[in-house]
Write a protein that binds this ligand. Structure first.
Ligand SMILES: [Zn+2]
Length: 421
């Protein structure tokens, strides 16, 4: 919290949140909202309020940022039928080629509704743009974005899931996607068949991003295979080109399996280049962990070493009930919780960091100002039932209310009961 505002200021408030607890404050405060912005944090607000909401001593936090979610493919698992892992890529491609604009819009809308209910105010969507789906998935997601634009900001990364060298249609489709409303470019260099083609994949993305002035958000070394080096390739290319429109490296799972000295060298490069890292521990814990029947590693990146080096690390949920991941409730608190488990984050500071990875750090990674609790910031807030951070991340059933610009746009009503003897 910064800037307390003034109690008893003249005029009337659009909203007053009573009995709020803040992460960095003692006791309860009232939060006044005017014209969509936070106007005051004070012990009590004087003046009229068009609406009052009682937080009942629960935490009030910034709304969540989901920095990485495949909005076009979510909820498509039923379309796949029974699929062996070895058939997954081919079957996913077949299914994708049958997507319609309406089907994508419906599935994406369901995911956005869930995101809004859980308190996500900003979501960066990865959307396949390739020979199989052409621009159909993008059109469906654009419609869903329009449908829910009042409640959630959706950024779209045009994502060449089928490669760029391996899919010669991709470069032109990526450019058209940006004209149609995509905001930035995704990438997947490890999909290519040689180191030269991986470099070419990255170069093509930078060529387009430089020409269009957009950011890049690349899947790097998804598989936990230490032979993969696309993160370092991305960093070197960014530095050589002096690219300044923003770069995120996501996944970075191979980094966990590099020898320590190699990992440190790459992490230092990531830090010096100013690249943000988004980890996707929920989906990766299920999908990866080594080729043995019992997983022998956690299948996720070196979160603590990246943080120790001063890299901004955020967490995203990646997928929901599709070929890549079966589950996902679109709940950033569940994501923060699993991030703690995946990365071994257990001290008070680490738990706080995990929460930041789905709020302020995630917002910073995608270049947003969201996540600020200060007078004058947009009133993009979530009112929770728990009063402490650990209880929040334990995520017991309870009420949650999501405000966008001071307006109520979604929430959860949770309760539980148990008979006593
Ligand atoms: Zn992804």
């Amino acid at each position: 919290m910064s800037g307390e505002g003034a109690a008893g200021a003249e005029g009337s408030w659009d909203l007053v949140i009573e009995g709020a607890r803040l992460l960095d404050g003692d006791g309860s405060v009232e939060i006044a909202v005017k014209a969509g912005k936070i106007a005051a944090f004070v012990p009590w607000v004087e003046g009229d309020a068009a609406r009052r909401v009682e937080a009942r001593g629960g935490l009030v936090t910034p709304s969540f940022t989901e920095p990485h979610f495949h909005l076009d493919k979510c909820l498509s698992r039923d379309l796949l039928g029974a699929t062996k892992p070895s058939e997954a890529f081919a079957r996913a491609r077949e299914v994708k080629s049958q997507f319609t604009v309406e089907d994508v819009e419906e599935r994406a809308s369901k995911a956005l509704a869930l995101a809004i209910a859980n308190g996500i105010g900003h979501l960066r969507a990865m959307v396949d743009v390739d020979f199989a789906t052409k621009l159909i998935s993008l059109e469906g997601v654009l419609r869903a974005r329009e449908r829910y634009g009042h409640a959630i900001e959706v950024e779209i990364a045009a994502f060449p899931q089928e490669g760029i060298v391996t899919d010669p249609e991709a470069p032109a489709l990526l450019k058209t996607a940006l004209e149609m409303g995509a905001d930035l470019l995704g990438g997947l260099p490890e999909f290519e068949n040689s180191l030269e083609d991986q470099q070419s994949h990255i170069d093509t993305l930078f060529d387009i991003a430089e020409a269009e002035g957009v950011a890049i958000d690349i899947h790097c070394d998804y598989m936990d295979d230490p032979k993969l080096k696309t993160l370092e390739m991305l960093v070197d290319t960014m530095v050589t080109r002096r690219f300044e429109h923003g770069v995120i490296a996501n996944h970075c799972n191979a980094l966990a399996l590099y020898p320590d000295d190699e990992a440190k060298r790459v992490i230092d490069k990531v830090k010096n280049a100013g690249i943000d890292v988004v980890v996707l521990p929920v989906a990766n814990l299920q999908m990866l962990g080594g080729a043995k029947r019992t997983p022998y590693n956690r299948g996720s990146s070196r979160v603590k070493e990246l943080l120790d080096a001063g890299v901004n690390v955020a967490a995203g949920s990646d997928n929901m009930y599709d070929i890549w991941y079966r589950f996902n409730r679109m709940d950033p608190l569940e994501l923060a919780f699993i991030t703690c488990l995946s990365a071994g984050m257990k001290t008070d500071v680490e738990v706080q960091t995990a929460f930041e990875m789905v709020t302020s750090r995630a917002a910073r990674a995608v270049g947003r100002k969201a996540g600020e609790m200060r007078v004058g910031a947009p009133a993009d807030l979530v009112i929770h039932e728990p009063a402490t951070l650990v209880d929040l991340i334990r995520n017991p059933p309870g009420r949650r209310l999501h405000l966008k610009g001071g307006k109520e746009v979604g929430g959860l009503e949770g309760s539980h009961w148990a008979a006593e003897g």
